[in-house]
Design a protein around this ligand. Structure first.
Ligand code: 13P
Length: 252
């Protein structure tokens, strides 16, 4: 079953108005000027969502946030609701990135609650999972991923409203990646866990992205794997040429 690849950029806590809009415009120009049989998503920081949305006008690049609160509105100082994201033109939000699991003590339970709220508001989610280096060395990679799938992915998840991103924490921003064989093995195990939870038909249609030190030079090898349906890109998404270079190599 063919799953359209999703090339997603997570800008994390980077870019101010000037460089952020310049980056978004550069990506938009390259996407408009090329023929890409894939979907694109850009997740800038909250502060730039409205500005980036304008830069992406007329392109098929989707806009996403990097996190969301589960409540509709109310007394949650500093938080952003799903409807606020919709209001700004977002169609996606990342949820459960390892940096939020670590920096903000986010649990599977909380992540699941956020996903339910995001889906109810009509947002698609990219739910992130992945093991630490210690867990990997202890041979627990697949067990950790299964637990995170079971705990973070809500029962209402469909192949339309949910994307999974497998991001081994030890590979994020380090230049290290698992071998292609390891990535395929983990993605296949994730799909199996999804099938157990959501049914085989949904699991077969759901996109599973790989994230962690993806760059133009390793994109082809990683993204041609049968269970890898795209990439969630951090550092390399901050340069338009690298981000687009990944898409080009991924589609070879
Ligand atoms: P890098 O591509 O910088 O390793 O980051 C990956 C990531 O965390 C994307 O969400």
């Amino acid at each position: 079953m063919a799953r359209k690849k999703l090339i997603a950029g997570n800008w994390k806590m980077n870019c101010l108005l000037e460089d952020g809009t310049a980056l978004a415009k550069a990506v938009a120009t390259q996407v408009k000027g090329g023929k890409f049989d894939c979907d694109f998503l850009i997740c800038p920081p909250f502060t730039l969502l409205g500005f980036v949305k304008k830069c992406l006008r007329g392109t098929k690049i989707a806009l996403g946030a990097q996190d969301v609160h589960f409540a509709e509105k109310g007394a949650h100082t500093g938080d952003i609701s799903p409807l606020m994201l919709k209001d700004l033109g977002c169609s996606y939000t990342l949820i459960g990135h390892s940096e939020r699991r670590v920096d903000h003590f986010e649990t599977n339970e909380l992540i699941c609650k956020k996903a339910v709220a995001a889906h109810a508001a009509g947002l698609n989610t990219v739910i992130c999972i992945g093991e630490t280096g210690e867990e990997r060395d202890a041979g627990k990679t697949i067990k950790v991923c299964q637990e995170e799938i079971n705990g973070s992915v809500p029962d209402d998840a469909t192949a339309k409203n949910t994307v999974i991103a497998y991001e081994p924490i030890w590979a994020i921003g380090t230049g290290k990646t698992p071998t292609a064989a390891d990535v395929q093995e983990v993605h296949a195990a994730i799909r199996k866990a999804l099938a157990k939870k959501l049914g085989k038909a949904t699991a077969n249609k759901m996109r599973i992205l790989y994230g962690g030190s993806v760059k133009p030079s390793n994109a082809e090898e990683l993204l041609k794997l049968p269970d890898v349906d795209g990439a969630l890109i951090g550092g390399a998404s901050l340069k338009a040429d690298d981000f687009i270079g990944i898409a080009k190599n991924a589609l070879k």
